[in-house]
Design a binder for this molecule. Structure first.
Ligand SMILES: Nc1ncnc2c1ncn2[C@@H]1O[C@H](COP(=O)(O)OP(=O)(O)OP(=O)(O)O)[C@@H](O)[C@H]1O
Length: 580
């Protein structure tokens, strides 16, 4: 059946003779269809259109002002220079694009000048025009960003229909830009709809736009509840590992750069006075995140690092020379956390006496960060340790004593009974198996708000929730290789700080070193005893400095003479000597 439009109704009302219009609609439709086609493919047709315009202009100039070819050349030279140096009027910024614009302007202008003087029909001007057009058209047609812009234009035009089909009827595209990885658009929703509606429709949007699954991101507009930014990633910016370039932090107060967002911005998270929870399935990259954080903190002279690794030191062992203490058994972990509580209390007392509210980390009064790899293991094997950790989580911020804990599923059971999970200020969520695990790591309701960690598809990809990080932006952590760890340890281990006097005094040496009883009057004897009784993984120089009260060079002299290095930066007496 034929559909009759407004033209028929108007003609019927005004009595237009039917005979005259019999073939006109078809002709009209054909012309309109052709016009639509030309408009749709205007970008692709640009070289042909330019050649036609040049021909017609040359025809007119040759007949009206054949002597004006000199002016044409002068204008060409100026236009080519402006295109080359400013990218104007085409608005191009990249040097290759400016070069293309300048060459195209020069060729077109020179041809026009010649055709103005000789006439466009003069042989071989038409052949030259054809060759030049073909040569210029090939890079034009194959230009990636041009094609992307055209695709975006078409998508924007088609959006109203698409929006109906994907359940976002009434939404509109306000503006769109093509970027390195794809394109992004500012969108507005129909009154009453929210970003949550757009988030819920992400798979439908991907299907409607014909992208690969996981290519669309929806980010709320902080200034308007009914608007959002939609990013469409033609390529995954995080497809390849992002190499770590070494520590960027120089103080524990500096934000730590964990990796990069999809727009290549750094993920720089402040960690001073913040407890950090890193969660994700096995192999998701938890140790990788810990490595990035530790790799930065070891370069900060105002923080002391302690580590707990109940996998026998497998994960944190390589950092041992930079850790003032490393616990690898539940008993050591319990002692360490108990000591941390003592440090906390000593600092709190000192601050109360001096009426100060915050412990300011400096090289002589460093912050204390306790790294716990696989927290669930600790909770299972040492409930007493968890009591101490709980206390640190609740009271540690003011005295600059914080926890950095990694675990697979931070259920209440895995985290121990206390309030530790709720005290975690920075949450880093790597890939999880089930949606509800995201809520476990990041907090209740986060999946519904668009934090889809179950969609992360490679190790090291993560979402971060912290103060100032309120939107689910995907990021990928830097990859810290074993060589990076070795180089960083070598560079920074000799300069690691010891705890301040007040904190060190709060520790009971008897307990700390598994029953080593030291005679404080004689540092030589203290050193001898400590090295004899040192644990399997040895003692670090800062620990020995604290025990003996002597300087680094004094310790090194004696270590070189008597002790062996069991691991980089960790010392004890050779076994036969200590046994004897
Ligand atoms: N940022 C990253 N970029 C690329 N690959 C990574 C990244 N982080 C980790 N990986 C890869 O993933 C593997 C597993 O990472 P990692 O050991 O950190 O995971 P995990 O979550 O700690 O696992 P587990 O719970 O078994 O200890 C690594 O061997 C590494 O090859």
């Amino acid at each position: 059946m034929r559909a009759y439009g407004w033209r028929h109704r108007r003609w019927r009302r005004h009595g237009q003779p039917l005979l005259l219009v019999a073939n006109e609609p078809r002709l009209f439709e054909m012309v309109a269809g052709l016009g639509r086609l030309v408009f749709r493919y205007r970008s692709e047709l640009a070289p042909l259109v330019l050649a036609a315009i040049l021909d017609l202009t040359a025809l007119w100039l040759h007949s009206a002002h054949p002597e004006g070819w000199g002016w044409v050349l002068a204008v060409t030279a100026i236009a080519a220079a402006v295109a080359a140096f400013r990218g104007a009027p085409w608005g191009v910024v990249r040097s290759e694009d400016r070069a293309y614009a300048a060459v195209a302007t020069t060729v077109a202008g020179t041809w026009l000048a010649a055709a103005t003087a000789l006439g466009p029909g003069q042989s071989p001007l038409q052949s030259l025009l054809l060759v030049a057009m073909a040569a210029g058209a090939i890079p034009w047609w194959s230009h990636r960003r041009r094609r992307a812009r055209v695709r975006v234009d078409r998508t924007i035009q088609a959006w109203p229909d698409l929006a109906e089909q994907i359940g976002l009827a009434g939404s509109r595209v306000l503006s769109a830009v093509v970027d390195v990885w794809g394109w992004r658009a500012r969108m507005t929703l129909r009154a009453g709809q929210t970003v949550a509606d757009a988030v819920a429709q992400i798979p439908a949007i991907e299907s409607g736009l014909g992208t690969r699954p996981g290519a669309v991101r929806v980010e709320p507009d902080p200034a308007h509840a009914g608007r959002f930014v939609m990013r469409v990633l033609a390529e995954d910016p995080h497809a390849n590992a992002v190499p770590w370039r070494g520590p960027a932090a120089r103080s524990v107060a500096d934000p730590i750069r964990l990796g990069v967002f999809e727009d290549a911005a750094h993920v720089a998270v402040p960690m001073l006075r913040r407890h950090v929870l890193v969660g994700g399935i096995a192999g998701a990259g938890k140790s990788g995140i810990l490595n990035v954080i530790i790799g930065n903190l070891v370069a900060c002279p105002d923080v002391v690092l302690w580590g707990i690794d109940l996998k026998g030191g497998m994960e944190l062992g390589p950092w041992a020379p930079c850790l003032a203490r490393l616990a690898t058994t539940p008993a050591e972990a319990e002692t360490m956390l108990r000591d941390a509580v003592r440090v906390l209390e000593a600092r709190a007392r000192a601050m109360a006496e001096s009426s100060s509210r915050l412990w300011i980390p400096t090289e002589s009064t460093p912050a204390l960060v306790i790294v716990v790899d696989e927290y669930a293991e600790l909770a299972e094997q040492s409930p007493a340790a968890v009591e101490y950790a709980d206390s640190i989580a609740r009271r540690g911020r003011a005295v600059a004593e914080t926890l950095l804990a990694a675990t697979q599923r931070p259920t209440q059971q895995a985290m121990g009974r206390g309030a530790i999970r709720s005290q975690m200020d920075v949450r880093v969520c790597l890939r999880v198996r089930e949606r509800r695990d995201t809520d476990l790591i990041l907090g209740q309701g986060m999946v519904a708000a668009g934090w889809h960690a179950h969609d992360l598809d490679a190790p090291g990809k993560f979402l971060v929730s912290a103060e100032g990080f309120n939107h689910p932006r995907r990021a990928r952590a830097y990859l810290v290789t074993d060589d990076d760890v070795r180089a960083t340890v070598e560079r920074y281990a000799p300069d690691r700080p010891a705890l301040d006097r007040l904190s060190a005094d709060a520790l009971d040496d008897e307990d700390v070193y598994d029953g080593v009883i030291v005679d404080e009057a004689d540092p030589e004897k203290v050193l001898q005893t400590a090295l004899n009784e040192a644990p399997e993984h040895g003692l670090s120089v800062p620990e020995l400095m604290r025990m003996t009260g002597m300087r680094r060079t004094w310790i090194y002299d004696r270590l070189q003479a008597h002790a062996t290095q069991v691991r980089r930066g960790r010392w004890r007496m050779p076994r036969d000597e200590s046994d004897g």
